[in-house]
Design a protein around this ligand. Structure first.
Ligand code: MN3
Length: 245
């Protein structure tokens, strides 16, 4: 059996995300008497336990490496659709009470739960993906992570080569991952929404290689997109923060 280690992508607590969205809505109103009214969640939000966390940066912060247009569709449409679909699937079920990571582990490998798994994993994967990016990212990992990278890959350059190879080797939609497996770091790829936590691996960094992640900015040039992410957007501090002692 797999060791099902608990994996926490440090997602914003759903209630806090709702609060932030509500506060943003209040701030957008211009007349004081409207501000005093109770603010309801946006009517387009699907009822359910899961919410779309806001991006951890402005939607134009990664431009031109990852454009605001791409982020608008990728976060505002694709990521949101996974959240909405998941909430619809969970409505009225006991699974609605499970945190996302437990839901992923509980539904992995169960054909009758494929739709729940796919949407739950894609919600988790995208939230984790955004957190692994930042404006003016790239560069050198912090020392503790650098030591592990050198132990496992020899160099950051080799790690990037392996991540690129995994990204290009993933036929069709999927993900490339840097993961921790005990003392070692590894690069793995996954198909569709599959997440390495279902194999007992601790995700450290995710790279979305579905076409919707790059087609508007890079068309079919997946390698250019992956290299740009690795060189200019990776938030190595976040990756280091995921390391399990
Ligand atoms: Mn995606």
């Amino acid at each position: 059996m797999f060791e099902h280690s608990r994996s926490e992508p440090q997602v914003m607590h759903p209630r806090r995300a709702v609060l932030q969205a509500a506060c943003a809505a209040v701030g957008a109103l211009s007349t004081p008497w409207l501000r005093a009214q109770t603010v309801s969640p946006p009517s387009s939000a699907a009822p359910g336990p899961h919410v779309l966390p806001p991006l951890p940066f402005a939607d134009n912060a990664l431009d031109p490496v990852m454009s605001a247009t791409t982020l608008g569709y990728h976060h505002g449409k694709h990521h949101k659709a996974y959240v909405d679909n998941l909430n619809k699937l969970l409505a009225g079920t006991e699974q609605a009470a499970l945190p996302l990571d437990k839901l992923i582990l509980a539904t992995s490998g169960r054909p009758d739960q494929q739709a729940v798994f796919n949407n739950a994993a894609q919600v988790w994967n995208h939230t984790f993906f955004w957190q692994g990016l930042k404006a003016q990212g790239g560069g050198e990992p912090p020392a503790a992570l650098m030591n592990k990278v050198k132990d496992s890959f020899g160099s950051v350059a080799q790690l990037k080569k392996d991540l690129l190879a995994a990204s290009l080797g993933q036929f069709g939609s999927g993900w490339a991952w840097l993961v921790q497996d005990g003392d070692r770091l590894k690069v793995v790829k996954s198909t569709g929404g599959d997440n390495p936590m279902t194999a007992g691996l601790k995700p450290l960094l995710a790279i979305d290689v579905w076409e919707h992640a790059y087609y508007l900015d890079y068309q079919n040039r997946r390698a250019d997109y992956v290299n740009a992410v690795l060189d200019k957007l990776v938030n190595w501090e976040f990756v280091a923060g995921q390391l399990k002692a």
